[in-house]
Design a protein around this ligand. Structure first.
Ligand SMILES: N[C@@H](CCC(=O)N[C@@H](CS)C(=O)NCC(=O)O)C(=O)O
Length: 235
């Protein structure tokens, strides 16, 4: 019998999405092979709309379940990461202790929503989407988000870290991976001075030194730097 060298797990999307990088990071942490299949979420093919009811990337396919159609697919990075944890338990990326688990899941959600709104919609998009269309970046909008939206979020993250190395359970978890991936969406287009938030700054630096964070980010940067050679200063 011929062996199939293709990985079971396919991530539909682009490494430019922080949520795609989050799923990729979880796979790397666990040593699970995966591939990314490019889907342009702003003009998706019909088959993608079927597997992504909210028209979002990423969607995961487990080819060992089904090679096409809705079966074997999971939409939403949080659902995908929980699935990968169940299928490949080691190393654990979700705390065992119930309260620590709850804390980790809250930080994941906070990064996926509040941080992604401020950093992704408030900073990344006004800069990079404009540049992609050959327009001037909306630096006023980005500066406003950096000055007026990000600080409250950084305050919350700083307080939750409370000087510790990790957000929950005393070990690397889905919370740390998600915060780093989403915050690095800002790094793609702008400097991210975090002097006022020392615990978060240390956490961010430590995360960036991990291959599971740096590898997928490098793939995104390769795309971004073609259109935007240097980062903006938003201060
Ligand atoms: N909660 C979702 C968010 C996914 C998401 O917002 N993805 C963005 C790309 S970073 C997207 O697909 N946007 C499509 C659009 O805005 O139409 C997840 O965690 O997977």
């Amino acid at each position: 019998m011929m062996s199939d060298s293709r990985p079971d797990l396919v991530i539909y999307g682009s490494p430019v999405s922080p949520f795609v990088r989050k799923v990729a990071g979880v796979c790397i942490a666990k040593g699970v092979p995966y591939e990314i299949e490019a889907v342009n979420v702003f003009d998706p093919p019909a088959w993608f709309r079927d597997i992504s009811p909210m028209k979002r990337i990423p969607v995961l396919r487990d080819r060992s379940v089904a090679e096409e159609g809705v079966a074997g697919t999971i939409a939403d990075s949080s659902a995908i990461c929980a699935f990968i944890e169940k299928k490949h338990p080691a190393p654990a990326l979700y705390p065992e202790d119930p309260m620590a688990l709850g804390e980790a899941l809250f930080i994941e959600e906070y990064a996926d929503t509040a941080l992604a709104m401020a950093g992704g919609l408030g900073i990344f998009r006004p800069i990079f989407f404009a540049i992609s269309k050959g327009e001037e970046p909306d630096l006023e909008k980005a500066r406003n988000a950096w000055a007026n939206q990000m600080p409250q979020i950084f305050d919350v993250l700083e307080a939750r870290l409370a000087g510790r190395e990790f957000f929950a359970g005393g070990a690397l978890s889905i919370a740390d991976i998600t915060v780093a991936c989403v915050l690095m969406q800002v790094s793609l287009v702008a400097e991210t001075p975090l002097d006022r938030w020392p615990a978060l700054a240390a956490h961010f630096a430590a995360m960036q030194s991990l291959e599971l964070i740096a590898g997928p980010y490098a793939a995104a940067e390769k795309v971004i730097r073609k259109a935007l050679p240097t980062r903006f200063d938003l201060t």
